[in-house]
Write a protein that binds this ligand. Sequence first.
Ligand code: HEM
Length: 403
Amino acid sequence: SSVPAVKPQSKADLKKILNLLNSTNIFRQLIEPCSTFNAAWIRTVFHDCGGGSVLDNTGGLDGSLQFELSRTENAGLAPTIGFFQSLVEPGVTLSDIIALGGVASVAFCGGPLIDYHPGRVDATVANPTGRVPSATSNLQFLRSLSARLGLYPSEQVALFQGVHTFGGAHAANSPEVTNQTFQSFDGTPTVYEISYRRKALTKITSNPSLNIFKVIKEGKSILGTDHVSFGDPILKGYIDTYAHDKDLFSKNFVAAFTKCINLNQNQHLDSVILVPPTGTAAPHFKTADDKVYDVSRRGYEAPGTQPEHDTPCDPSSTQSSRCSLEHGYVETCSEKTRTWTKYKDTVLEALPAGWECHDSHKGHYLVPPAAPAKAYAKYRRSESEEEVYGEPAAKKKRSVDEF
Ligand code: HEM
């Protein structure tokens, strides 16, 4: 029998996914109007796709970030992942949520619209280590990262430099970059672009420019990677150009961002169907080792939970984050010190009263107060596969073996 190596998952349910963008949905409310969440979610996209490579077809935008929260470079991303995990349900993968969070966050901050195709398959293990850059990565590292993501130099600059028009650095996440609680990269962390014209009327009277590139050109960036990029003649050329050509920047930014959100997923987009074992109404999936797991609740049942807050914690566990004993905090298992490190749960704080933090083998996830999301409630009550999968009758009977 041919069981797919990648865990089969439900066919992407576009309706459920787009429901996240409903103006009444908390998902959308967190990022419109543009807030600090937009930057955090855009960063989340990169820290997931950045572990992938088109050169060897490993990793990608695959939700593996949930197993990588203990890595130093991912400090501060646990609250976002915990929230996103609470939205996972049949037809809605973590990776599709991460990608949607990214494109929607860009759009709601005044950035360009980026095509979004659902259907990503979630990874069941972490991506290789050592692929996501730090602020002190050298040019050679940036080049190889760029090659892994399949970016041209023009796209590399648009993405690695230009994206920092959003957000900034936090001492809690990046002590090597800033000692401030929050330090914006370009002075306008929730704005896609700002022109010279608006910032300094006297200097430039035409050609709106992107603020972040001005910061880099003036040598004022807080990221070492911006300085080394500006020192490279080819990359400098793009930094200079984008500072005066927002249309070209936007075009290449969209191209690069698209490569990141689709990384190693193109062959799956909107093409993966979850097939329940014959005779069960409850959704299950079979893994490569032929175990059948129940997915009738959010998250998946599998071993791997770290039971205690004791030290040392196990950074290689599938549970790299957990709820803190202190309300409003989450902890990640630091790969360096092998201890639980506490972070303020900014997402939990922003959600309406009643949300709770729960632990699972895939890390902590945030649970809504009383009734879960509408689509999910319907799904739980359902006895029929028809309702669960929304598939025509003929398709319902197919088994895992056919794939
Ligand atoms: C050379 C590559 C890159 C380096 C060295 C880098 C480094 C950093 C660092 C050190 C931070 C501060 C994190 C914190 O302290 O909270 C940061 C923030 C951020 N990064 Fe990057 N980054 C790179 C590429 C990217 C890419 C490709 C994206 C998105 C596609 C991205 C999106 C962001 C965003 C939006 C923030 C702001 C987060 C916030 O304000 O919460 N970065 N980056």
